[in-house]
Design a protein around this ligand. Structure first.
Ligand SMILES: *[C@@H]1O[C@H](CO)[C@@H](O)[C@H](O)[C@H]1NC(C)=O
Ligand SMILES: *[C@@H]1O[C@H](CO)[C@@H](O)[C@H](O)[C@H]1NC(C)=O
Ligand SMILES: *[C@@H]1O[C@H](CO)[C@@H](O)[C@H](O)[C@H]1NC(C)=O
Ligand SMILES: *[C@@H]1O[C@H](CO)[C@@H](O)[C@H](O)[C@H]1NC(C)=O
Length: 347
């Protein structure tokens, strides 16, 4: 056994690494061209229409004004697992300089406001966002293995926590072929890292964000529920032999619905045309034109919450190493905490 001093210094190191330190706070007005080493895109996005944009700023403001992360290029190699470091922002609304989500791609979106977080969950055809068909999906968050985000330099902003646009330091986004979910945690909340947990990256949308994934568009409120992985006093760690059931979805109340969300632009691959004055912007609205794509397909970003094992969700090599590192950090952390407790008792 190590002498207690070694435990202590290890403990401090780990604590430092794990404590969220929000070293820089940016707004679109003061953000530099790039914010992290190794970034492939930009945070200075302008407002131009550009379906090959490298913009890495995502806004989540309301049911018809949000963004998710998806690959910059199409193709079979563009799985989320393979491209997590270089994803770009795809947004519902024009004006952010990011790529626009083509109308029709999103068949369901459910904006949920809780005391601790806001999320949007839903379904659609994510191949229109360069995600390859049959991609089992993956998770994006600002805490990659090297301390940079996945994507590197990706920034999230929101005006939904009290009206002022602010940087969101804790967020998590699962993307798959047929399903998506993204959650942002209130920077003023007491447990933002817990509610925007990023260590359950193999368990998919329904496990991490149990909520409505059906067709249709609404905006509701709900209680926060428990943070993912926390069951009363005990915490589940991904990879343990038995994965517990997801928490029940917090019950949505005071809902308002929209018949469609979209931007009206005509998008074919990387070509984009503003809606002509004769074309009603709602004509191709995301109200279900993308045929049968729905949450029910089960093959997309949402692993079925069976509680059996984790294999339902694939991930690329990069994701594997991230997740391995996270597991080591977590178990090292708890081992050290227990050892410290032991040391204190011995002393
Ligand atoms: C669109 O964005 C890409 C990537 O940043 C850039 O290379 C290209 O010049 C932009 N196109 C236009 C028309 O601004
Ligand atoms: C898209 O947004 C930009 C910036 O807000 C604006 O200048 C432009 O007119 C918009 N385009 C259309 C067709 O609405
Ligand atoms: C998704 O969109 C692509 C391109 O339009 C189409 O080929 C494919 O059939 C769609 N997938 C589903 C499940 O609707
Ligand atoms: C996990 O699921 C996979 C695919 O369904 C299956 O092949 C494997 O046997 C399962 N493993 C366990 C330990 O249940």
């Amino acid at each position: 056994m190590f002498p207690p001093l070694i435990y202590l210094s290890l403990f401090l190191t780990v604590t430092n690494a794990a404590t969220p330190t929000y070293s820089a706070t940016y707004l679109p007005s003061n953000v530099p061209e790039q914010t992290e080493e190794g970034q492939t895109g930009t945070n200075r996005c302008g407002t131009a229409l550009n379906q090959t944009s490298g913009c890495q700023d995502a806004y989540l403001n309301s049911l018809d004004d949000w963004c998710v992360w998806a690959p910059p290029e199409p193709g079979p190699l563009s799985t989320i697992g393979e491209t997590e470091r270089i994803e770009v922002a795809w947004c519902i609304k024009n004006g952010t300089g990011a790529r626009l989500i083509p109308d029709g791609a999103i068949t369901g979106a459910h904006w949920l406001v809780t005391p601790d977080y806001i999320q949007v969950t839903g379904s659609g055809n994510m191949t229109l966002l360069n995600i390859p068909a049959n991609d089992e999906g993956g998770e994006l968050d600002p805490h990659g293995a090297d301390g940079n985000g996945n994507p590197i330099g990706g920034i999230v902003w929101s005006n939904a926590f009290g009206g002022q646009l602010e940087q969101i330091f804790e967020w998590t986004n699962f993307m798959g072929e047929g399903q998506f979910c993204i959650r942002i945690c209130d920077p003023k909340g007491p447990n933002a890292p817990g509610y925007c947990q990023h260590v359950y990256d193999e368990l998919g949308c329904p496990w991490n964000m149990p909520a409505n994934y059906e067709k249709g568009f609404d905006s509701c409120s709900a209680d926060s529920g428990e943070p993912p992985g926390v069951y009363g006093g005990s915490t589940f760690h991904q990879g343990e032999p038995v994965t517990p059931d997801p928490h029940p979805a917090p019950k949505p109340t005071s809902c308002t619905t929209m018949t469609s969300i979209g931007n009206g632009f005509i998008i074919q691959g990387t070509s984009i045309m503003a809606p002509s004055s004769s074309t009603k912007p709602t004509s191709s609205g995301a109200s279900g034109s993308a045929s049968g794509a729905s949450a029910g397909s089960g093959s997309g970003g949402g692993a079925k919450p069976t509680g059996s094992n984790n294999s339902a969700r694939g991930h690329g090599p990069a994701l594997t190493s991230t997740q391995g590192w996270e597991r080591i950090a977590v178990s090292l952390g708890s081992a050290i905490v227990f050892s410290l407790v032991g040391a204190v008792i011995v002393l």
